[in-house]
Write a protein that binds this ligand. Structure first.
Ligand code: SF4
Length: 276
């Protein structure tokens, strides 16, 4: 099957951009699996900037699953209270207990074991494996689905992250030699360039030349520009053009003139009818 894009070229464009525009959250500056796991649980349904300070305080107080287990429930609750979502606070405690009793306080690397831990979804298991051990995992969430969908020219929606084909396409794009750098870059691209609620910043996008949606948008803009040019020309010379059209002169039969006339007629109702 023909590849959907030049994947190697795409990596060469994306990863250096990612390194230059790397967002330095504290959980990105570690490869400790426990710290990354805690960060991922805190980030669930919460914006990164709300998490930063609490995360730093929490890791300083509770640097290991053992330290969480030794603390009382009230102590853990009070340190995570500003994050809200009581169930999440309880999950973190339960998670630490499971890590201590089942894995001697270590985070297992195997995905099958990770997803059995309290609060660990498929997404979180992949994120921990990729960001802690640099394993080639796809990070599939609404943001990466949106970016990859645009890159490949696919129509996607929020629920597409559960679609197996979409998941496979996202997995196939992961750089197997640098999965951690690749996924950070893709997430930062989604956050800063390939925006969800505003027009994507195609003009400064490092992967524009690999992107179907971006290129389609560029072509449409070029067509719009051409139509506007034609419209301006027609408006400037409307008397002359209309006279020629009514008289059935040569210019009337040119496709350019017909397009111009259509554009013009949309701008100003035309009082003249072309002869049949
Ligand atoms: S070119 Fe535009 S649509 Fe494509 S990835 Fe970049 S910002 Fe997103």
């Amino acid at each position: 099957m023909k590849p959907l894009m030049d994947v190697e070229g795409f990596h060469k464009a994306l990863i250096p951009w990612g390194k230059m525009n790397f967002r330095t959250y504290p959980w990105r500056l570690t490869n400790n699996p426990y710290e990354i796991l805690i960060a991922e649980l805190m980030l669930h349904r919460t914006q990164a900037r709300q998490v930063v300070k609490l995360y730093e305080q929490f890791i300083a107080h509770y640097p290991s699953p053992q330290s969480v287990v030794q603390a009382t429930e009230e102590e853990i609750e009070s340190s995570l209270h500003p994050l809200g979502l009581l169930w999440r606070i309880r999950l973190i405690r339960k998670l630490a207990q499971d890590l201590v009793t089942t894995y001697e306080g270590r985070v297992p690397v195997e995905k099958g074991k990770l997803i059995l831990l309290p609060g660990v979804s498929d997404y979180i298991a992949s994120a921990v494996r990729c960001f802690a051990w640099n394993l080639p995992e796809a990070i599939v969430d609404t943001n990466t689905v949106r970016v990859v969908g645009r890159l490949l020219g696919l129509e996607t929606k929020d629920s597409s992250r559960r679609n197996q084909q979409v998941r496979k396409l996202i997995s196939n794009l992961v750089d197997k030699d640098a999965p951690r750098d690749y996924n950070f870059a893709l997430l930062d691209l989604a956050d800063g360039i390939c925006l969800a609620r505003r027009q994507p910043l195609h003009a400064i996008c490092p992967v524009l030349s690999y992107c179907r949606y971006g290129n389609l948008h560029r072509q449409h803009k070029a067509v719009d520009r051409r139509v506007r040019e034609i419209a301006r020309k027609v408006v400037r010379n409307k008397e002359k053009f209309l006279r020629q059209a009514v008289a059935g002169e040569h210019i009337y039969r040119s496709p350019w003139f017909v397009t111009s006339l259509v554009t013009f007629s949309r701008l100003t109702p035309c009082p003249h009818q072309a002869p049949n």
